[in-house]
Design a binder for this molecule. Sequence first.
Ligand code: SAH
Length: 256
Amino acid sequence: MRYSVLTLFPNQVKNFLSESILGRAMEKGVLSVECIDIRDFAGNRYGKVDDTLFGGGTGMLMQCEPVYQAFSSLYNRDSEKKPHCIFMSPKGQVLTQSKARELASFDHLVFLCGHYEGIDQRVLDEIVDEEISIGDYVLTGGEVAACVVIDCISRMIPGVLPNSEAYEEESHMQGYLEAPQYTKPNIWHDQEVPEVMLSGNHAKIKEWKRLHGLYDTWKKRPDMLVKLDVSAEDWKKLLEIDKETQERNSIHKNEN
Ligand code: SAH
């Protein structure tokens, strides 16, 4: 996968993406990220790329031509196909796991990051294929948002994580949340790891994870659970888990 990020603050993006799992994926050559500084295409000595708003209003708006030139530098208009361009925007479709999965199938993605008041609409109309938001709130710039989207897509690209199991069982991948997880020691603060986890019985562990994933979805994200067709049999088991959980929590609270 090749990512190109068009930004006024390339270091923000580079610093975030060069660490940890994504940094290693880049070293291995599974991913490449190039950050294009829109200011390099300012076309004036001062590196000025924004101006005041027509019609009034506070703040500055990024101008068309530097953005257009930065985007055009990524490919040869005569011989190459236009790369898929995503504008990071609070007006866009809110990122979901399935959207990220869809984007993971591209070979090259361009992320356009706005700053200040945003970007002149005319260049957006000309180069942008889709707008993506990372949530219903407003950030100072699209850089953090682009990093979020890149991070989410990259986990699903072969070679980034050890194997596909590492992400297929995560929260949101199957429409519900992941079950609680445990590591050593077996007992911590008098709390034991659920017995089944130490049983070595893979079928039982799988079923425990499925039911406890559903249980967490019910408790934490009921809006997600209503979209799942939970069977009467599973509901019975979820109610049992609920009873056990409440008993365990009350014992634990009384002890502490
Ligand atoms: N005037 C714009 C907000 C500009 S914020 C409006 O009201 O719609 C500056 C830039 O930050 C935007 O151009 C966009 O690139 C980025 N940004 C802000 N909030 C975002 C969000 N929730 N998701 C993705 N990008 C966002």
